[in-house]
Ligand binder design. Structure first.
Ligand SMILES: [Zn+2]
Length: 285
């Protein structure tokens, strides 16, 4: 109803964001659900705002509640835009991946420092020169992606894992495939032969879009299975992935919260300067 206090109440804000499963914020007290629309359409779900160690955090279920969205149908642009519109400037992106080396078995936590894009057909930029519904026209700009992840975010994630006696793999390459199918053995062996570490389906364009908005983005990749080229048995099954993720969700949440706590309160990283000197055409970006 127009004029009620509910309509005029300011939208809750957050400074930190997490794109991941709903199990990650399920135990938080006082979670506020905020529906956000964007010029790119709706994000995967509402944003769920809560507090972690005194920091305001917005959680976004990447696949929607009920896990209804497969990786190739996620509206990545809307997701990052929605987080930024609530004030989020630093994002942690936990995800499930397959290990491409025998030593990266289920339960390994990798904090990658590179990715390789093997997706196809995903909308992966805000700067395509096409007008938005509100009339703004983004310029075609090219952001640096040499080092796609936030150095401060990576440092915080690695420290958080070590503090919880979960020795992480510091660095490595996440190859992102289109999915939703898993890799063939030949693809998987090729990834391994290239020296890549883990394979997932959501890391791209999530990291790219964050950088295009000047957001910090850090990937925390939990290995749930050995990929087909490493696996000596029947290859990856969905049930196996879910089971390993479920076994690790508690400690992943603990590490994630510690990593959030360790993020800097003022930014001066490569991500925060990604748009310096660029005219984007998007007001406020
Ligand atoms: Zn950063």
């Amino acid at each position: 109803m127009a004029g009620t206090s509910a309509d005029t109440a300011p939208t809750p804000r957050a400074e930190l964001g997490v794109i991941g499963g709903s199990g990650l914020y399920a135990l938080l007290d006082d979670v506020t659900e905020v529906a956000v629309d964007t010029p790119y359409g709706p994000p995967s779900d509402s944003l769920f705002l809560g507090e972690v160690a005194g920091r305001r955090v917005a959680f976004l279920p990447r696949h929607g509640r009920g896990h209804s969205l497969p990786p190739h149908r996620i509206n990545y642009r809307a997701n990052l835009w929605a987080l930024r519109s609530l004030g989020v400037r630093q994002v942690l992106g936990p995800c499930a991946v397959g290990g491409l080396r025998a030593e990266y078995g289920p339960g390994t936590l990798v904090v990658p420092d590179q990715f390789v894009d093997r997706t196809s057909g995903r909308l992966q930029t805000y700067y395509d020169g096409l007008p938005l519904p509100d009339g703004r026209i983004p310029e075609v700009v090219h952001v640096s992606m040499a080092d796609p992840y936030c150095p401060d975010g990576r440092r915080s994630a690695l420290a958080a894992a070590r503090d919880n006696a979960w020795e992480p793999v510091d660095g490595g390459t996440l190859v992102v495939i289109e999915g939703p199918r898993f890799s063939t053995r030949a693809e998987s062996r090729w990834f391994t032969a290239n020296g890549w570490s883990v394979v997932g389906m959501t890391g791209h364009p999530e990291a790219v879009l964050a950088r295009e908005l000047g957001l910090c983005y850090t990937s925390l990749a939990l290995v749930t299975d050995l990929d087909a080229g490493v696996e000596t048995g029947e290859g990856v099954t969905h049930a196996e992935v879910l089971a390993v993720f479920a076994r690790n969700v508690d400690r992943l949440r603990t590490v994630l919260f510690k990593a959030l706590e360790g993020l800097p309160t003022a930014r001066d990283c490569v991500c925060s300067h990604a748009l310096d000197g660029l005219e984007t055409g998007l007001t406020g970006v």
